[in-house]
Design a protein around this ligand. Structure first.
Ligand code: AMP
Length: 282
């Protein structure tokens, strides 16, 4: 696997692949990889001739006081996982490679979409995400890019950006990968102590219960949200940020299941903020 740290190296390698007529898949990550990330690499390797993964803890998507410094990092381990899964190149830039000190250009969706759900407590988060992903798209010029449904709002935001700015890139959403006991895999799970790890199961319990209600034909989104809220509230260590039902494309609140509906939650377990979700089609 090629390890690239500069934009120039990535551009030259991708250009060489394209001259050979090969297609390129991109998997953007912040590293500390787990099976969720690996599933995106697998999907890319299957769908594209060459796969590029990026490992970059993007400072602009963290607000002051969030976990930018504490975010787990282990690049050697990441490289082992990427190699095992057939990734062809990893792009691991320094912050100074990605951002000029006087960088003043940002990509921001100016609608209600990035203000919903996670945007309520993280108002600057998605501006950082769209800016870095747009830049990664310009650097790698992939044919397809792979994102996890675990970050459902991020996926919706990226799809909107790609549509609005006419990026010629197919966005592929990949299903949530979970631990055996149901907890959605996340690099942030490493913050949890054993007691918190047990308490964190209230998220997936609520997700599975809500999903079962929807699959049994419940159309009242508020009733499903109420049942999910009750399950999370039964866990004394859990503090709810939000549990909401929204339109799967616009992220705007809904009270009835109509078309694609997303049920999403963010819950604090101790200091760790965890997210989970499921989608239903009416
Ligand atoms: P991150 O490194 O947390 O920024 O995540 C990088 C990519 O991996 C994003 O597209 C995430 O949605 C995806 N991802 C993270 N966790 C999971 C998971 N448990 N299942 C599927 N995809 C995931």
């Amino acid at each position: 696997m090629i390890i690239a740290t500069t934009i120039k190296e990535v551009r030259e390698q991708v250009a060489a692949w394209k001259r050979e007529g090969l297609t390129v898949g991109l998997v953007p990550t912040m590293g500390y990889l787990h099976e969720g990330h690996a599933s995106l690499v697998d999907a890319s390797v299957k769908a594209c001739d060459r796969t590029v993964a990026s490992v970059f803890v993007n400072p602009t998507q963290f607000a002051p006081g969030e976990d930018l410094e504490a975010y787990p990092r282990d690049f050697e381990r990441d490289c082992r996982i990427l190699t095992e899964h057939g990734c062809d190149m990893v792009f691991h830039p320094a912050v100074s490679e990605m951002y000029y000190e006087d960088a003043a250009t940002f990509v921001e969706i100016q609608s209600e979409m990035p203000k919903q759900l996670c945007g309520q407590t993280r108002p600057t988060h998605f501006k950082g995400v769209t800016t870095v992903v747009a830049k990664l798209f310009n650097i790698c010029t992939p044919d397809k890019a792979f994102f996890g449904e675990k970050d459902a709002q991020q996926l919706a935001v990226i799809r909107r950006m790609v549509r609005d700015l006419a990026f010629g890139i197919e966005i592929v959403g990949c299903p949530i990968v979970r631990e055996e006991d149901g907890l959605a895999k996340s690099s942030r799970n490493t913050y949890l102590n054993p007691e918190e790890r047990q308490a964190a199961l209230c998220l997936s319990k609520a997700i599975f219960a809500g999903k079962a209600m929807a699959e049994a034909g419940e159309k009242n989104a508020d009733a499903i949200v109420a049942a999910m809220t009750e399950i999370v509230k039964a866990e004394p260590m859990a503090v709810i940020d939000y549990i909401s039902a929204v339109d799967g494309v616009t992220m705007m609140p809904v009270t009835e299941i109509k078309g694609n509906t997303l049920f999403a939650m963010a819950v604090y377990i101790g200091k760790t903020r965890l997210i989970d979700n499921f989608s239903v089609e009416a």
